[in-house]
Design a protein around this ligand. Sequence first.
Ligand SMILES: C[S@@+](CC[C@H](N)C(=O)[O-])C[C@H]1O[C@@H](n2cnc3c(N)ncnc32)[C@H](O)[C@@H]1O
Length: 238
Amino acid sequence: MIFEIMTLFPKMFDGVFEESIIKRACERGIISIHLENIRDYSDDPHKRVDDYPYGGDPGMLIKPEPLAKSIGAVKEKASHLSPKVIFLSPHGERLKHAVVDELAREQCLILLCGRYKGIDNRIRDRYVDREISIGDYILSGGEIAAMILIDAVSRLIPGVLGNDESAERDSFFNGLLSPPQYTRPEVFEGLRVPEVLISGHHKKIKEWQQQQAEEVTRRQRPDLWKEYQKLMKRKNII
Ligand SMILES: C[S@@+](CC[C@H](N)C(=O)[O-])C[C@H]1O[C@@H](n2cnc3c(N)ncnc32)[C@H](O)[C@@H]1O
């Protein structure tokens, strides 16, 4: 998977992907992350990329020309990978596991990071394939949202996680939150690790984990629990 990030602030990404899982995935060539500075595509002698919005609203917008040029250039470079242009935007569909799972099946994602008051709407109309929001609040720019998307999507790409880190045991993968987990010591501040986990009885451990996952989801995420029950009904499991 290739992630092409279109941003006015490429330095924000310094260091973010240079640790741990994402770094290893880049080193193994499973993913690549490229940065493109939108400003480099400005024809303005001072490299300006923003202008006042029509209608007299306060603030500035990123102009359409440098955006169109930069997206065009990256699309051409990656044309053999059928790239999808994703605009990180509060107007978009919410980033959740199902969306992350779909994106992880693509070969190349062009991640467009807005700034200021946003972008000229004609870019949305003409160039954007999908708009994605990371939540109902306003960030100063799309960069942090792009980082979140890259991290979440990469985890679902085969080979990025080792067996020990497997995504299948994480929350959301099967529609439930993950069950509570414990490590040594067996007793901490008077609190014991549940007996079943140290019993060595694999079938019982699995049953306990499933029951705990259901319980924690029902209690902490009733919305998710409802969806899970619907799914199980459709599969005729309950
Ligand atoms: C200050 S925001 C612009 C907000 C816009 N005026 C509005 O009210 O919808 C600047 C940029 O940050 C990014 N952004 C802000 N909030 C976001 C969110 N919740 N999810 C994804 N991107 C976001 C978008 O790229 C946006 O164009």
